[in-house]
Design a binder for this molecule. Structure first.
Ligand code: NDP
Ligand code: GDR
Length: 325
């Protein structure tokens, strides 16, 4: 039985990936950080799903190297998926040092834990991001120049090159998945898509009549998270390690995503949306549109859900959640 360790298992991607690996028969170990409130809502249903007895959770933190060393030495995983991160771009401007510690140095801590445990056959996935391209105009692929525009983007770029270096220096099977934005009903409520679809559901239910947003002109390439975790897994099943972009190839403005989401419930967005510059970033990433043809060619992976379908499924899930209270 293959054994996987997932950092960030309580997040959007971690929960979908844990589900996928349990379905594939893996023993799944997850790193969970201590919180005063319940932070396992997304993975709670997995305990009761088929294979739930193969799920094991461990306390630890990306900023605590000792916890990572102890965990890797005791679990001795075949595959490690490093998904844990302070993943909010705007927050990274307010917490740059913490973001660098968790996202950049945290990756070094984890890679060193694998190396010092002597796990030479262990396969490592790093959750890299289109934010590393930042100011470089689209389309972006694996050969595009990096130009991050936030402490988050810069920290992830450090982690990306560290992953490449451990592959080259130590022969570790280490890959960097450069993923463009991917969303779902499990997306955190402060990211723009979920903020919008949840806002639409609340407006439709009469709980509020306002939705306050920042920059509506930014262009993003939004796909469906459930499909992207399949791409992560495929990256670790190749004969040799390499880096891949995952994206839909379609760019949409925030404004158009807002319009589509309101149209799902038959409302005109302009009647409800206000602007507040406090939601803007000191430096914005204007446009991200990915070219995932290498992943399609070598992994047989392509994004199936397009942005309209994504908005629809997220609005429907938020309408259902709102109705349940
Ligand atoms: P989320 O923000 O939903 O999840 C982040 C996870 O990391 C959570 O489990 C969180 O725990 C955990 N975490 C945060 N800080 C620490 C820490 N110091 N120690 C241990 N765990 C920590 O992110 P996503 O699921 O959306 O993204 C997964 C990864 O992919 C992230 O690294 C993100 O940066 C990257 N990425 C995401 C993209 C996207 O569009 N979703 C695109 C490209 C890259 P808790 O639940 O307790 O908060
Ligand atoms: P992003 O996602 O920064 O692309 O990072 P986010 O949803 O936060 O922002 C997307 C765009 O929407 C604009 N925007 C707003 N954003 C938020 N959060 N809240 C608002 O009210 C708002 N109004 C407008 C933003 O300015 C931006 O242009 C996500 C994260 O998941 C990262 O971890 C990941 O690496 C990248 O996607 C790829």
């Amino acid at each position: 039985m293959r054994r996987a360790l997932i950092t960030g298992i309580t997040g959007q991607d971690g929960s979908y990936l844990a589900e996928l690996l349990l379905e594939k028969g893996y023993e799944v170990h997850g790193l969970v950080r201590r919180s005063s409130s319940f932070n396992r809502g997304r993975i709670d249903p997995l305990w009761f799903a088929p294979g739930g007895d193969r799920l094991h959770l461990h306390y630890g933190d990306m900023t605590d190297g000792v916890s990572l060393v102890n965990l890797v030495h005791s679990v001795r995983p075949d595959e490690v998926y490093n998904l844990a991160a302070q993943s909010h771009v705007k927050v990274s401007f307010e917490m740059p040092e913490y973001t660098a510690s968790a996202d950049a140095v945290g990756t070094i801590r984890l890679l060193e834990a694998i190396r010092t445990a002597g796990l030479t056959d262990c396969r490592f996935y790093q959750a890299s991001t289109s934010e590393m391209f930042g100011a470089t105009p689209p389309p972006q692929d694996e050969r595009t120049t990096f130009h991050p525009r936030s402490p988050y983007g810069a920290a992830k770029l450090f982690a990306h090159w560290t992953t490449v270096n451990y592959r080259e220096a130590y022969g570790l099977y280490a890959v960097s998945g450069i993923l463009f934005n991917h969303e779902s009903p499990r997306r955190g409520e402060t990211f723009v898509t979920r903020k919008v679809t949840r806002g639409v559901a609340h407006i439709k239910a009469g709980l509020t009549d306002r939705l306050v947003l920042g920059n509506l002109d930014a262009v993003r390439d939004w796909g469906y998270a459930k499909e992207y975790v399949e791409g992560m897994w495929r990256m670790l099943q190749q004969d040799s390690p390499d880096d891949y972009v995952l994206a839909t190839g379609v760019g949409t403005t925030v404004r158009d995503f807002v319009r589509m989401s309101f149209e799902c419930v038959g409302l005109d967005w302009e009647q409800y949306v206000d602007h507040d510059s406090r939601y803007e970033r000191p430096t914005e990433v204007d446009a991200l549109i990915g070219d995932a043809s290498k992943a399609e060619r070598e992994l047989g992976w392509r994004a199936e859900t397009k942005v309209e379908g994504l908005a629809q499924l997220m609005v429907e899930a938020d309408l259902a959640a709102t109705a349940q209270g």
